[in-house]
Structure formats: structure tokens, C-alpha cells
Write a protein that binds this ligand. Structure first.
Ligand code: 13P
Length: 252
């Protein structure tokens, strides 16, 4: 049985005190009720990971980073390694986010190296894929996502792939308030599962958690999560308010 996950990507938001308040806010809201079979993952800026994992351990949620270096260690000023992230107690790392692709020039080959680096250090990669608006309008969205999957995951065998979580995040839906319809999400998630089955076999594809991301919020999460191939969400803006985020967790 594949895992259901609701993950919050805080992106570059919150000062230390605000991060502390949000973490305790999430912890408090989770105490009031949550589905037992949904894993909650909070991905704050790396600076707050140790604080976050302390709160998370006490309150039964998990933490993740938003990026890592493809290098092991050494003279890479400003970078953060997989080993450092893992040593904070974090278990996940978001990789291949469209903001990393667009603003930092990350491409599938580099992201593939980062995925392997994460797995080497027992971090679970949340690999993000998704098309931009022009690609969807040109009817190329399936082709684009298939290429992103095949290039970034090319170095993995089925065993290594079994640790990976996929997030479908159509770029046109991120931070725009324009969510993919439940039908569009289901159609793409089913397609992704088919691509994964052809590459890693049907059992591996069946066991893969595929999250939806892009303007997912407390008002639309239930409809999105009701789809058979949507196993949860990767939440941006709505993960910055404890109450909204936990409402989304409770949308299954
Ligand atoms: P929004 O939920 O703010 O659209 O962001 C989605 C996202 O990019 C999560 O990684």
C-alpha cells in the first residue's frame, strides 16, 4: 500500500521566531485530530531544520529540506550537503522544484545526481515534475513530464526508485491561484504511474506516492485527494498558516 503524504514547502519564508510559531501551531492543530494513515512532512528553510525535527519528533510528523548539493562535501560555499540535512533528523528533500529549475538553472541531469545523493544518505527525494503553461496549451504536457521522469530517474534501479516520492506540480498552477482541475490532476497522475510502471515495473509504480502541488488549499484539497492516483499534496502558500495546512491534512 502506498503512503499518503501531505507536505508543506515553506519556500523562502519565515524568520526564526515565525518559524517556531508555525511549527508549534502545526503541532497544536495536529493534536486536535488527524487521519492516522497520512504522513505529514514539513519542509522549512534548511536553517530551521534542527528546530523543526525537534518539534516533529514530539508531535509525530516528519521534516524535509528544499534542496541539497549534488556534492558530498568540501569547498562549495553556500551549499548544504545530504549528510548535513540527514544529521538534523530530516527524512525528506524536495528536488527538481520548478523554482529551482527556472531561477537556478537546474536541469534533469543535475537533479538526477541530487536524487542519487539524497538516496545515498537515506533521504527520501520528493521529485517534482510538471509543465509550463505554453507546453500544456500546445498539448505537450505528457511528453514534457515523461522526459523529466525518464531523465532524472535514469540512474535508478527499481530498488532505489522504491524510496522516491513524485510530486506533479504544473508550473502554471504554482502560486497563481489557478489549480489543476481534479480531472487534470488525475489524468496526469495516472499517466505518471504508467510511465513509472514501464520503467520500474507495475508493483513499484503502484507503491509510489504521487503528490499534487499547485494552489492546493483547504478549499480544494478534498476534491483533488479523492482521485485514485492522487496520494496527497505538496503545499506552498497554504502551508504557511498552521490551521490551513492541517485542514489540508484532514482533507482525506
Ligand atoms: P503553491 O501551493 O503556493 O501554489 O505552491 C506549490 C508549490 O510550489 C509547492 O512546492
Amino acid at each position: 500500500m502506498r503512503k499518503k503524504i501531505v507536505a508543506g514547502n515553506w519556500k523562502m519564508n519565515k524568520t526564526f521566531k515565525e518559524a517556531e510559531d508555525l511549527l508549534f501551531g502545526i503541532a497544536d492543530a495536529l493534536i486536535s485530530g488527524r487521519p492516522e494513515d497520512v504522513e505529514v512532512v514539513v519542509c522549512p528553510p534548511a536553517l530551521y531544520l534542527e528546530l523543526a525535527t525537534d518539534v516533529a519528533t514530539e508531535h509525530d510528523f516528519s521534516c524535509g529540506a528544499q534542496n541539497l548539493s549534488e556534492h558530498e562535501a568540501g569547498a562549495y560555499t553556500g551549499e548544504i550537503s545530504a549528510a548535513m540535512i540527514r544529521s538534523t533528523g530530516a527524512e525528506y528533500v524536495i528536488l527538481g522544484h520548478s523554482e529551482r529549475r527556472i531561477y537556478f538553472g537546474e536541469h534533469d541531469q543535475l537533479i538526477g545526481k541530487k536524487i542519487q545523493q539524497a538516496l545515498r544518505h537515506e533521504l527520501i527525494p520528493i521529485y517534482c515534475c510538471g509543465e509550463v503553461l505554453e507546453e500544456r496549451e500546445a498539448g505537450r504536457h505528457f511528453q514534457v513530464v515523461e522526459k523529466q521522469l525518464s531523465e532524472a530517474l535514469s540512474g535508478l534501479d527499481a530498488g532505489a526508485f522504491s524510496k522516491v516520492v513524485i510530486a506533479y506540480e504544473p508550473v502554471w498552477a504554482i502560486g497563481t491561484g489557478r489549480t489543476a482541475s481534479p480531472e487534470q490532476a488525475q489524468e496526469m497522475h495516472a499517466f505518471i504511474r504508467k510511465v513509472l510502471a514501464s520503467r520500474f515495473g507495475e508493483p513499484a509504480a503502484d507503491d509510489t506516492t504521487i503528490l499534487y502541488g499547485g494552489s492546493c488549499n483547504a478549499a480544494n484539497a478534498r476534491e483533488l485527494f479523492a482521485n485514485p492516483d492522487v496520494d496527497g499534496g505538496l503545499i506552498g502558500g497554504a502551508s504557511l498558516k498552521a490551521e490551513d495546512f492541517v485542514k489540508i491534512v484532514n482533507s482525506f
